[in-house]
Write a protein that binds this ligand. Structure first.
Ligand code: BGP
Length: 466
């Protein structure tokens, strides 16, 4: 079976991970700047997209890629998150979008990709309603400013990873651990900001389309015959997936979701309160969104666990170092026969299919889903002839596309697929030795070299089959 002619094949990037020039050209600070300064890697120059974008876009075109996910760095437009505008930043994205169109590439633009401006981050990020208001103003500014250049918008990239990495796992600033209350409140804050932005976009009648991106990982009970494991997997799912799917697609939280969230919070001495007016806003947005973005890399097998919190992040690529035991939820474990990456991410393509089927059944969502990120992070080097033979990446993408096609065959409306990432970029908590790109970035020279996967993907796009 082939992909339809209107199925979009693309690639993805994010501003902070590729642009470089993080403190220049009028850009305001983000929390990452100071945080990374204390560590062993920096986001400058990253892939120097700020200067190399014509090269990247031209290369993308040569490899048949007609859609590119890009994010706007909020603090390049509003250095303090609100108020004064940095015209140089505004112009930069005009140049990028115009260059995209010149190369025949459709930009799919994310407004927030892990990079709240520092001034707002310091005042509580999305735990503070001021950030919601500032985000909506920023979104509204972008809708109007770029209305002739951008037709496809996403409000947020990955609400749950932001919340868990900031407030549970503690690997994103402000590096707080095991605070489920804050994680839930911040997810709610982002969902309200998303809803308000969607509603404004629609009320102004822009001709483009808009949605949101969630990272959706299927949660399986480690032992499917054990009721405790089944419950643990369900709780992990509700916290990481269902809470956000409910908010996005129903515009409210179901009874089942709220019951589990309150149960978890009671156990962790926390609470969750929200303004009922938020629900009206979220319902309106749920009716109006045009599509859902789904990032998919891995799934989890979850076992019953009744001990204390213990999470260890594998940020080095040292296989077997990751631990995830969350009090009241469960323990994520490896499963015999299922391969993992060096960063202990389970490679389980069927999980993508199961999630697509679930969304379509549970929410009867028919407007269409984009796989907005999928790809394999690995350590790689380039040989003297500039060849990068990334067969394992080809295998990873091919298997995911095969399961994706099966979901399409069975009736799920999937509109497109974006490989993460176009070129190698900076990886948030892993630095530069975890590469995902179709194009190898030689960081010292900033030259790009297409990997074997880029040639393979070009053929897939041309033939519309795997
Ligand atoms: C997603 C993010 C991307 C990207 C990717 C790979 O969660 O949206 O920004 O980083 O994951 O993650 P990592 O770089 O941590 O391997």
């Amino acid at each position: 079976m082939k992909f339809n002619s209107d199925f979009v094949f693309g690639a993805a990037t994010a501003a902070y991970q590729c642009e470089g020039e993080t403190r220049t050209h009028g850009k305001g600070k983000v929390a990452w700047d100071d945080y990374l300064e204390k560590g062993s890697f920096q986001a400058d120059k990253a892939s120097d997209f700020y200067h190399q974008y014509p090269v990247d876009l031209h290369l993308a075109k040569q490899f048949g890629i007609k859609a590119l996910r890009i994010s706007i760095a909020w603090s390049r437009i509003f250095p303090d998150g609100e108020g004064e505008i940095n015209q140089e930043g505004v112009d930069f994205y005009h140049h990028v979008f115009r260059q995209c169109h010149k190369e025949g590439i459709e930009p799919y633009v994310t407004l927030h990709h892990f990079d709240t401006p520092l001034a707002l981050h310091e005042r509580g990020d999305f735990l503070n309603r001021e950030t919601i208001d500032a985000f909506v103003k920023y979104a509204n500014f972008c809708f109007e400013e770029y209305k002739d250049e951008v037709s496809y918008w996403f409000t947020f990239n990955e609400v749950w990873p932001i919340a868990t990495n900031q407030y549970i796992e503690g690997v994103f600033p402000p590096c707080i651990t095991y605070d489920i209350s804050k994680a839930v409140a911040s997810m709610h804050g982002m969902m309200v900001a998303h809803a308000k932005a969607v509603n404004i976009f629609k009320s102004h009648g822009y001709k483009g389309k808009i949605g949101i991106i969630h990272s959706l990982e299927t949660k399986y009970p480690y032992d499917p015959t054990n009721s405790d494991d089944i419950r643990a997997a369900k709780k992990d799912d509700i916290l990481a997936n269902q809470f956000l799917l409910d908010a996005t697609l129903l515009g409210s939280y179901s009874e089942e979701t709220l019951q589990t969230i309150h149960e978890l919070l009671d156990l962790n001495h926390g609470s969750f309160h929200y303004d009922k007016r938020d629900i009206a806003e979220m319902k309106e947005a749920a009716n109006q969104i045009d599509y859902l973005g789904m990032n998919y890399y891995q799934s989890h097998f979850v076992r019953y666990y009744d001990g204390e919190n213990e999470i260890v992040h594998n940020g080095t690529g040292e296989k077997g170092t990751k631990k995830f035991k969350l009090k009241g939820v469960g323990e994520r474990v490896m499963k015999e026969g299922i391969p993992t990456t060096d960063w202990d991410w389970l490679i389980y393509p069927k999980g993508m299919y199961d999630m697509l089927m679930r969304i379509s059944k549970q929410y009867a969502f028919t407007k269409g889903i984009y796989i907005t990120e999928n790809g394999l992070g690995k350590k790689e080097s380039i040989d003297d002839d500039h060849v990068v033979d990334d067969e394992s990446r080809i295998d990873y993408i091919a298997k995911h596309l095969t399961w994706l096609l099966k979901a399409i065959q069975e009736g799920v409306y999937v509109k497109g697929y974006f490989v993460w990432s176009l070129m190698d970029v900076f990886s948030w908590s892993n630095g530069y030795n975890k590469r995902y790109g179709l194009f190898y970035t030689d960081y010292p020279t900033q030259k790009r070299y297409p990997k074997a996967s880029a040639y393979w993907y070009k053929r897939v796009i041309r033939n519309r089959e795997i």
